[in-house]
Design a protein around this ligand. Structure first.
Ligand SMILES: C[S@@+](CC[C@H](N)C(=O)[O-])C[C@H]1O[C@@H](n2cnc3c(N)ncnc32)[C@H](O)[C@@H]1O
Length: 292
């Protein structure tokens, strides 16, 4: 793994990781993105036809090759939110119940937080956190475009460093979403400059931050509560290896929950959606319940 750098290093690293699957995976990563339109319950928008649905997605939604950009309805709020289907699984995996206290530790631009708000139905508490001020502004914008202000009383936007959250709060949330910053290889592949700057050291450094965030998440979730750890990374160092490290460092404090979805595939500790087989992703998630 030493000294792998730039485009050549990138191809070598992921060819070793994904073997014979890599060429098709690379091609799929470079193909056009697909979206799901999740209907906004506050906009009174209804699809005027029977929408194509995916059984693992419990929000009212439609899947199509292309959509018009979201726009406000007569009710004054945007009609639908466009997302990758795999991202929606992270919110489904949280199993949010009305009344829950939920924190989204790395929330911006806010698509998954918006879906958490739909699940909470104005009850409990939703904290959308992000360290970047510019990106926090996007969370506010999305919430104001999609949810009436009077229905946002249970929503807070905060600016903490997710790696250090456990210094301030412990055992207070029923659900924690950790959609961690990651290598985002799909974007790297699409950008020649990013590709030239890629190095194996980068995925290792990101993995250290991700683990610090997950260790913090385990302290802030209540005993019996649930964490969903997710990334859009292909690098296994940022996916199953993070959960492996949690077993090494926090043994006895958590249990892994397994869920099956209608697209994607199981991994050693979680679930991965890759675009060569499903057309969605890349996306990885693991479900952790705190037991101690
Ligand atoms: C993968 S994106 C989150 C996408 C978001 N969950 C969504 O669905 O729209 C990761 C986010 O983590 C934020 N971030 C990076 N380091 C952070 C830290 N130490 N604490 C809190 N947020 C951080 C970044 O600003 C970025 O917005």
């Amino acid at each position: 793994m030493k000294n792998m750098k730039g485009e050549q290093g990138f191809v070598e690293f992921y060819s070793q990781m994904y073997g014979e699957r890599w060429p098709a995976l690379k091609q799929a990563l470079l193909s056009e993105h697909q979206y799901v339109a999740v209907a906004n319950p506050y906009s009174n928008f209804k699809f005027d036809f029977t929408p194509i649905q995916n059984e693992s997605i419990r929000f009212e939604h439609h899947i199509a090759p292309n959509f018009e950009r979201p726009a406000p309805t007569e009710a004054g709020y945007f009609n639908y939110y466009l997302m990758d289907a795999a991202s929606i699984l992270a919110v489904e995996a949280l199993n949010i119940e009305p009344g829950n206290r939920v924190v989204d530790l790395c929330a911006a631009p806010g698509g998954k937080s918006l879906l958490c708000a739909y699940k909470l139905k104005e009850t409990g508490l939703l904290v959308s956190n992000d360290r970047s001020a510019a990106r926090r502004a996007r969370i506010h914008k999305i919430f104001d475009e999609y949810i009436p202000k009077t229905k946002q009383a249970n929503h807070k936007v905060t600016a903490h460093d997710a790696t250090k959250w456990c210094l301030y709060e412990k055992s207070v949330y029923d659900r924690v979403l950790l959609d961690a910053p990651c290598s985002s290889e799909r974007h790297v592949l699409e950008d020649a400059k990013e590709l030239s700057l890629w190095s194996v050291g980068r995925t290792k450094a990101i993995a250290m931050t991700q683990f610090a965030m997950l260790a913090s998440a385990l302290d802030i979730v209540k005993v019996g509560g649930r964490i969903v750890y997710s990334t859009c990374a292909l690098s296994k160092l940022e996916n199953d290896d993070i959960i492996r490290k949690l077993y090494q460092k926090r043994e006895g404090r958590f249990e892994l929950k397994r869920m099956e979805f209608s697209f994607g595939e199981p991994t050693e500790f979680g679930w991965q959606v890759l675009p060569d087989q499903s057309g969605w992703g890349p996306f990885y998630l693991a479900i952790i319940e705190r037991i101690k």
